[in-house]
Design a protein around this ligand. Structure first.
Ligand SMILES: NC(=O)c1ccc[n+]([C@@H]2O[C@H](COP(=O)([O-])OP(=O)(O)OC[C@H]3O[C@@H](n4cnc5c(N)ncnc54)[C@H](OP(=O)(O)O)[C@@H]3O)[C@@H](O)[C@H]2O)c1
Length: 303
């Protein structure tokens, strides 16, 4: 298959592209910069230049491919409305381009906010509808296309897709710890974050492309919930920093934009995904990765 990938140069995208190429697929990747274009070309990816706001380029990329994997995101955490609007517009553009084709359309989503009473499962429907909601309500919007001849598959990633070189949420939390001289956790630190290693996530993306049916919701989750206190203690251990609790109502002040995320309790399981696709996570756990030094030195974390 020729797969059009947005976000092909990103943390998850780069690993997913490697999996797709190894599985014998061809990849066309959206790139907004010379550096991203060069990185993609070096691995044999055809480059389509364009920005998330360049909907003509995204439409043409989707129309010219056998499948679309949408992973690009502006990640403007200080002004989420900007990211949400771009995400919704891109998803609508891709969906419209694929109507009636039965082609796969895989898009990134998350597991937070799905279930208040226990670990979220693939059966929990997203409460996020409409442009004002998190991620612009893009999962529900994309799933509507499953009734219109599009093989929509939602990839609900754990909030940390971890590994060596990660610049995501855990890197941001470690950066705050280094800056403040203390590795902190919110409240009791009993709130939980699901986690998945990058290699397991990339393998599941490839499996989902090949085997998941229209309307499938996949939980890209290996660990149901790692306590934030355990995360903070591991960061304190490898960065040689004291560890302490921060009152919940001070989390935003202490951590900045990441405080809201680090305070959430969002356990999630992936049993249905594992059974559907025969996927078994085999990568290191989050704490193993922290202990192995994945977050010991500063990276270009999203701070
Ligand atoms: N990583 C996680 O732990 C995690 C957890 C839950 C959900 N997710 C979701 O999974 C998806 C992929 O995440 P990631 O961690 O791989 O993100 P990432 O490393 O930040 O990569 C983002 C990708 O989007 C591209 N991009 C950003 N702004 C763009 C724009 N205006 N126009 C075109 N491309 C743009 C980037 O291109 P450049 O390389 O040129 O910057 C990069 O390829 C995102 O939707 C994210 O929200 C990730």
């Amino acid at each position: 298959m020729l797969v059009f990938v947005t976000g092909a140069s990103g943390w998850i995208g780069a690993a997913a592209v490697d999996e797709l190429l190894a599985a014998g697929h061809q990849v066309a990747g959206l790139a907004r910069s010379d550096a991203s274009a060069a990185a993609l070309e070096a691995k044999g990816v055809t480059v389509r230049r364009g920005d998330l706001d360049d909907l003509d380029s995204i439409r043409a990329g989707a129309e010219g491919a056998d499948a679309v994997l949408h992973l690009a995101n502006k990640h403007d955490f200080s002004n989420p409305a900007i990211s949400n609007a771009a995400e919704r517009a891109a998803v609508q553009t891709i969906g419209d381009a694929l109507v009636g084709t039965d082609r796969p359309f895989l898009l990134a989503s998350g597991v937070a906010g799905l279930n208040q009473s226990g670990p979220a499962t693939e059966s929990d429907l997203s409460p996020y509808h409409g442009p004002e909601s998190p991620r612009g309500g893009s999962e529900n919007l994309a799933l509507e296309y499953a009734d219109r001849g599009v093989r929509t598959v939602s990839l609900r990633f754990a909030p940390t897709v971890h590994g060596m070189g990660d610049h995501g949420f855990i890197a941001a939390i470690a950066a705050v710890a280094r800056e403040r001289g203390v590795s902190a956790y919110p409240g009791e630190g009993t709130n939980r974050w699901p986690a998945v290693h990058r290699s397991d996530a990339a393998r599941l993306v490839s499996l989902g492309l090949e085997k998941a049916p229209a309307g499938a919701i996949l939980h890209v989750v290996a660990e149901t919930g790692v306590r934030t206190r355990d995360i903070a203690e591991a960061i304190g251990r490898v960065c040689d920093l004291p560890v302490r609790s921060i009152p919940l109502d001070s989390a935003q002040d202490h951590f900045g934009w990441i405080g809201g995320f680090f305070s959430m309790d969002a356990p999630a399981t992936s049993l249905a995904t594992q059974q559907l696709l025969g996927w078994t996570p085999t990568g290191p756990t989050l704490i193993e990765d922290i202990d192995a030094g994945a977050y010991s030195v500063p990276t270009s974390a999203r701070v």
